[in-house]
Write a protein that binds this ligand. Sequence first.
Ligand code: 13P
Length: 255
Amino acid sequence: MARNLVIGNWKLNGSLAANQELLSGLIAENQSSQVPPSSVEFVVCPPAIYIPQAQTLLNGTSISWGAQDISNESRGAFTGEIATSMLLEFGCRYVLAGHSERRQRFAESSALVASKALAALNSGLIPVVCVGETLHDRESGATFNVISEQLEPLLAQLNPHALKGIVIAYEPLWAIGTGRNADGNTVQEAHAYIRNKLAQVDLASADNVSILYGGSVKAANASEYAAQSDVDGVLVGGASLVITEFLSIGKAFKS
Ligand code: 13P
């Protein structure tokens, strides 16, 4: 069984004061919850410059933190980049790789995303590899081909034993930040397809890989995803910035 993850991707949002309020609220609520924390893991991914703040506030709690992006390089003349070793120094456990906003707006190829994910894995971070189709892809029946092409470069290079160290996030572009969330059946179908692809790498580990859904997830629709057999959590954008929303989403995944 894969573990349930509820990850907040803060994107380009936050300030020292706003983060303090949000994280303090999460910690207070999480500590007072009667449900054992092991049944769902909360993760926040702030803008990189706020990672030390997240570390200070979250250290010793059951909430994890991570980064929104990573360099595939380990050191050298790469202005503006951040290496995996640097994230580890600040206690990060997760890093997103290939979010659609990076693929689209920063022209990240699936080959680059694969090398970022492998750099993360090799250093001991858990990469959350994001895939998903555009509306045009979906309407032209290309959804599975697109997901397959996005995963191929990584799966081709991945040591089968390492499969259990990755997380996949299915985030259809037409559902991100649009308020138009995918329905449970659509998500289940895509997740089952992804799990089947993972099983071709290592049958034994595929069931243990957490596959998350992302795209306009909120408290009001989270239980629809939690009810799907191949949905092991969610990657949340806008609603992760609202304490009550993020916590309610998490509760939907607490077994
Ligand atoms: P929204 O939840 O704001 O649609 O964003 C989804 C997302 O891109 C999370 O990575």
